[in-house]
Design a protein. Structure first.
Length: 343
């Protein structure tokens, strides 16, 4: 294998804030990926710990998402920060980091747009996740044999791909797949596009046109690793010119096969009101695949009225983006990880 270089969020105020803040430490760190790219991150640990504890690397979803799971200034789910705080409150260390070339790492983005194809290739993001995994395992407070991976949305695919490449002492102790695709990504993108067109009240002819164009673009990327020059304006935001190599690799992934190939414990976290990843066609596909493993050890936590960002919906109009993760979800996640990382 090449050496490829996660206090409860609901603090109630007053003395509760002070007590929660005193129980965890957030340390700003820099780690280096396999190509030398620096990655700024946050190591979150329980305060006043004098013995080694388990740890989890937290990997965010697609797009310009930062280490906390946000896309400022518009989208602020704060998903990974809330998870990190809850884990530390329960005695689990975590590491989360900004994506390469984004947010605190923006100054390391290539000056030449042509270099984006290599810099933002799928393999680089696998390198980054492995660098974070090794960094966390190397912390003195962390037991290197009790480290797992948690990925949200596209981050779950990175987790599955990385885990499939690790063997022996490098194998993660456990995986958490939150709102993660169980089908190949072209099917997921098509379903998301069809839903968006319906919500925008596109005509049947418009729906047929854009779905066919999207299929054609993805087919070309899968075959050549290049984004076609004739992407329709309505799809251009999805397919910048440099994304070809990244998507070509992602299109090859079979989440079901990757999940079946991992022999350790797996937790599936899925909201039944997720509008980006299908509870039926993705979460249940992964659940079936994991059940077929020999000596299977996995759990599916299907969360009622819960969104893609693991937020409990307050109304039918609530998109489930901002606000606090239900403390029951955080409690069950922490309990499962403690049981599987430190049996």
């Amino acid at each position: 294998m090449r050496h490829f270089l996660f206090l409860l969020a609901l603090m109630i105020g007053g003395i509760g804030d002070l007590r929660a803040a005193e129980t965890i430490l957030n340390q700003q760190v820099i780690l280096n990926s396999n190509d030398g790219t620096p990655l700024a991150g946050t190591l979150t640990i329980p305060a006043n710990i004098t013995f080694k504890i388990p740890g989890v690397v937290l990997i965010q979803g697609s797009g310009p998402t930062d280490r906390d799971g946000n896309q400022p200034p518009v989208l602020r789910p704060d998903l990974l920060r809330q998870i990190a705080d809850a884990l530390a409150q329960n005695g689990i260390a975590s590491l989360r980091y900004d994506k390469r070339g984004m947010h605190a790492n923006a100054s390391h983005r290539p000056a030449n747009l042509e270099d984006y194809k290599t810099f933002f290739a799928w393999e680089r993001f696998i390198d980054d996740a492995f660098a974070a995994y090794n960094f966390l395992r190397g912390q003195g407070i962390v037991d290197a044999d009790k480290v797992g991976l948690l990925g949200h949305s596209e981050g779950g695919l990175i987790v599955l791909d990385l885990a499939s490449r690790l063997r022996g002492t490098e194998t993660p102790r456990a995986l958490v797949l939150a709102s993660t695709a169980g089908r190949k990504i072209d099917l997921v993108i098509r379903e998301q596009l069809e839903r968006l067109l319906t919500e925008q009240k596109a005509t049947p002819a418009q729906r047929r046109y854009f779905v066919a164009a999207n299929d054609r673009v993805l087919k070309a990327i899968a075959e050549t690793g290049e984004v076609p020059s004739d992407v329709p304006p309505g799809l251009a935001g999805l397919y910048p010119a440099y994304i070809g190599p990244f998507l070509q690799s992602e299109l090859r992934l079979d989440p079901v096969a990757l999940a079946q190939g991992f022999s350790g414990p797996v937790l599936l976290l899925q909201g039944d009101a997720d509008r980006q990843i299908s509870p039926k066609y993705d979460a249940l596909a992964l659940d079936r695949a994991l059940r077929e493993r020999s000596n299977d050890d996995h759990a599916l936590l299907m969360l009622p009225r819960t969104s893609h960002n693991l937020k409990r919906l307050q109304s039918d109009e609530d998109p489930g983006i901002e606000g606090d993760i239900d403390p029951g979800i955080l409690s069950q996640l922490s309990e499962w990880l403690l049981k599987k990382l430190s049996p």
